[in-house]
Design a binder for this molecule. Structure first.
Ligand code: FAD
Length: 416
């Protein structure tokens, strides 16, 4: 057994872990990222939001990402489009209330996450792949047990641990901090396709979301990449998929049956071919009792995960990493940090804004709002800002009073 000591050990090399490692390394801290898998590895979560570009810029990663984008099939994205009840509408992120970038990328996460890791390695952070954190002890230091693929075990100590382990939620599970989500269990079936879309009206620069013609809580995503492929998926409660025969585990047949029930997707994807196995994920919404503790904090999905509808996952992961890295650099410089007011509360502000949007989407109210194109222009710009990820801009009334604002606007739509 060998012993090594770091300022910060980060569990997981996804977007949250990589960004935190970048910021801390540039702040001259000794950082180790322990990652269970080998990169490139598949991850779902392929449509980014313009807000996330701000965090990449702050970590000095954005220029290299933009440069690599064409080669890696990253698709320029400048908005979100919606189709329901024969009605198509879209939000152009140029027309948003908040300051900040108006565009971003849709990315195959295997390539995107791998690139991030390579760039952060170049900045000087140390990564160990094929290593899992299996135990954690907290006293005057953090003591982690790390196991490699040969089953060899090593103790690593750190001043602080950031858990960026995604749905694995390593620390919440070890410390008994997991808590059910406020949202019901939903599932998703998805794959990559060669989309073969020839329709002139189709806008590749936007994610397309279609609502099921009969069930408003069932929706589909089409996330194009720049190499002629796209990510295609459907989200619904498990009983919807079971009614399509999905309980026999045939994801492919279930996805085909789902698409058969759409209007716009069916037309667009006439010439599509499958480009990856069809996958299924269920019960991904999750919460935790606390986002930090003595010597640890939870980043990205290791904290709360809401729902995929507004593509907010990577943006929240980056935001949590930025807040935690800033707090840690302050703490290491000898200043006192209040993790509640400098990490948990500011993070929660934007998460709560997205949460109210997700709730309102499934209630149907936000779907009416989105398709109500005669809303006053400034109000549409405020909604557009949230769709672009600017959920922490407290000058936006939809951030400060999300539910009240959505209800008022929803009533206006219903009355017209
Ligand atoms: P991850 O990217 O999951 O990284 C966690 C890493 O930790 C993994 O690499 C894993 O191998 C590693 N790990 C796990 N256990 C251990 C261990 N014991 N030791 C060491 N390492 C470990 N988000 C978007 O922004 N846009 C979207 O369009 C979008 N669509 C989605 C669609 C669906 C159906 C779902 C379910 C989610 C979607 N998301 C989307 C959310 C997105 O996938 C996540 O929010 C995002 O990947 C979170 O990043 P992360 O860094 O927290 O975790």
């Amino acid at each position: 057994k060998s012993q090594s000591h770091y300022d910060v050990v980060i569990i997981g090399a996804g977007p949250a872990g990589a960004l935190a490692a970048s910021l801390l390394t540039q702040g001259q801290r000794k950082v180790l990222v322990v990652e269970k898998q080998h990169f490139p590895r598949f991850s779902i979560g392929e449509s980014l939001l313009p807000q996330s570009m701000v965090y990449l810029q702050q970590a000095n990663l954005l220029d290299a990402i933009k440069q690599a984008a064409p080669k890696l099939g990253f698709q320029f994205k400048n908005g979100a489009a919606f189709f329901a009840d024969q009605h198509y509408c879209y939000f152009d992120f140029e027309q948003k209330f908040s300051e900040g970038p108006c565009d971003t990328f849709q990315v195959k996460r295997a390539q995107f996450d791998h690139l991030l890791v390579q760039l952060v390695q170049d900045q000087g952070a140390e990564f160990r792949f094929g290593h899992s954190v299996t135990e954690a002890m907290f006293n005057d230091k953090c003591q982690l047990t790390v196991e490699n693929e040969q089953g060899e075990v090593e103790q690593i100590s750190a001043e602080f641990v950031l858990d960026a382990s995604g749905f694995a939620k390593v620390l919440p599970r070890l410390l008994n901090l997991t808590q059910p989500s406020d949202f019901p269990v939903r599932s998703s079936i998805f794959c990559h396709i060669k989309d073969g879309i020839s329709c002139q009206q189709y806008d590749r620069n936007k994610i397309l979301i279609e609502t099921h013609p009969l069930h408003r809580d069932v929706w589909y995503w089409l996330i194009p990449f720049s190499d002629g492929t796209a990510s295609l998926g459907c989200v619904a409660k498990p009983d919807f998929f079971e009614a399509l025969g999905h309980n026999h585990g045939n994801h492919e047949q279930a996805l085909e049956a789902c698409i058969e029930q759409t209007v716009r997707f069916k037309e667009l994807l006439e010439g599509a071919e499958k480009a990856s196995p069809v996958q299924h994920i269920t019960g991904y919404s999750s919460n935790v009792k606390q986002l930090y503790g003595e010597r640890f904090a939870l980043l990205g999905n290791a904290g709360e995960f809401l729902d995929p509808i507004f593509s907010s996952g990577v943006t929240i992961a980056f935001k949590s990493a930025k807040l935690a890295a800033d707090a840690l650099l302050k703490q290491f410089s000898g200043q006192t940090v209040c993790w509640e007011s400098e990490f948990a509360l500011p993070l929660q502000q934007g998460v709560d804004t997205f949460k109210a949007f997700v709730q309102s989407w499934y209630d149907g109210q936000l779907q009416d709002i989105i398709h109500y194109e005669s809303a006053p222009e400034n109000i549409r710009e405020m909604v557009c800002s949230i769709l672009a990820g600017y959920a922490w801009d407290t000058t936006n009334p939809f951030v400060q009073q999300t539910e009240r604002r959505l209800n008022t606007l929803g009533q206006l739509c219903a009355a017209s």
